[in-house]
Design a protein around this ligand. Structure first.
Ligand code: THG
Length: 357
């Protein structure tokens, strides 16, 4: 069976780095926030080995920012998430589930507090800008909401600190996890955060100038030759090993944050006002989640791509569905995430995964 190609067009928006990514020989793309996102450069397994031992530069321009600024910006941000944003300071990144009035997951972004009245919602794959604009219009809030010309560039891997320090200076080493600093490159100030969608450590540079951004991209490759820097992208195997969930795959608008294991980002007792508060309180009163995302291992030397949910059973009973899967060379088994019903969610429970073929 052949794999159909993904046809690009204006709708599958490019990033300033797309020409570089293609010159590097990108082998696969997906679409994320209506934008191209690389999925593989060599093989997913070679990319994984390299990510876990060296350093990679990722074009994650598809991690779109929804900028919310103005007098009611902080109020709207708090209305959109059950996480208590009171304690988030300027220079901090906060992983914050967004829910609707029924408590359903809208997105699971990282929110950057740029100023008391200015935020970037760094979104996963759903149209948060429309939800935010609808809320602001309907509630008559005094805010500006738009998708700015910002394209994150991630530097990930055990050698990420060394590479980033060569380009931005030694100050990068002092940036704490999920904090950002504004650092200069070629006379331009960039937001540089210690974050990124891998567990190998590293930074994300929020590139807001395409031309200087390209110079930055080239400087990272020129400055990192002896570190074996390579182009990369979020890696399916590494992110499942690391427990990073993907909105649209492992959780959707059919789920609430409790089912996604995001309880610690739902501060229902903090006295904050957010949309969906009553719904989440009611869910909690009814005993919380009835199913939850779990890591699952299952036998196999290789693993088909999980392009639709695979049934999971336990003791012959329907126990949920598997949402992401890969073969992990380091774990020596197939691994995946599954939404698992309460009766089977105890760690150690034996389940059966119905893979295709
Ligand atoms: N970086 C940026 N924007 C993003 C992502 C990113 N937007 C989309 C998507 N990724 C959002 N989802 C996540 C999920 C998990 C994490 C980051 C973004 C993450 N979590 C930390 C962890 O699991 O170690 C914990 C976060 C915390 O405790 O606050 O890194 O990657 N810019």
């Amino acid at each position: 069976m052949t794999t159909p190609i993904l046809a690009a067009s204006r709708r599958t928006r490019r990033t300033p780095f797309s020409p570089r990514v293609e010159a590097h020989g990108v082998k696969g793309y997906t679409v994320y926030n209506h934008m191209l996102l690389a999925t593989v450069f060599n093989t997913v397994e070679e990319d994984y080995r390299h990510l876990k031992s060296r350093v990679q530069v990722w074009d994650v321009g598809c991690e779109r920012q929804v900028e919310v600024s103005g007098p009611d910006a902080a109020r709207l941000i708090q209305l959109m998430t059950p996480r208590n944003m009171d304690r988030v300071v300027i220079g901090q990144c906060a992983y914050a589930p967004l829910v609707d009035e029924t408590g359903a997951m809208i997105n699971d972004p990282v929110v950057l507090k740029l100023a008391e009245d200015r935020f970037w919602i760094s979104i996963a794959d759903s149209d948060v800008v429309l939800w935010a604009k609808g809320l602001a219009y309907g509630m008559g809030l005094s805010v500006e909401i738009f998708e700015p010309a910002v394209w994150p560039l991630a530097i990930q891997g055990p050698l990420a600190d060394d590479l980033t320090a060569r380009v931005f200076g030694e100050e990068v080493r002092a940036i704490r996890f999920f904090r950002f600093a504004e650092l200069e490159f070629h006379g331009h100030s960039f937001v540089v955060a210690r974050s990124g969608w891998s567990k190998q450590g590293g930074f994300e540079v929020y590139v807001d100038d395409a031309e200087i951004g390209l110079a930055l991209y080239d400087a990272l490759f020129a400055g990192g030759e002896d570190l074996d820097v390579r182009p990369g992208c979020p890696n399916l195997i590494e992110r499942i090993e690391g427990g990073l969930f993907s909105y649209g795959n492992d959780m959707t608008i059919e789920n609430n944050p409790f089912e996604c294991g995001l309880d610690k980002f739902c501060n229902l007792d903090a006295g904050i006002e957010f949309i969906g508060r009553e719904a989440l309180q009611q869910l909690q009163a009814q005993g919380g989640a009835q199913r939850v995302i779990r890591g699952v291992t299952f036998e196999g030397d290789n693993c088909p791509a999980c392009v639709e949910a695979w049934p999971v059973t336990s003791g012959g009973q329907h126990a949920g569905h598997l949402t992401s899967a890969a073969h992990s060379p380091d774990f020596g088994t197939n691994i995946g995430f599954a939404m698992i019903e309460r009766f089977a969610w105890e760690p150690g429970t034996e389940v059966t995964v119905e893979t295709p073929l």
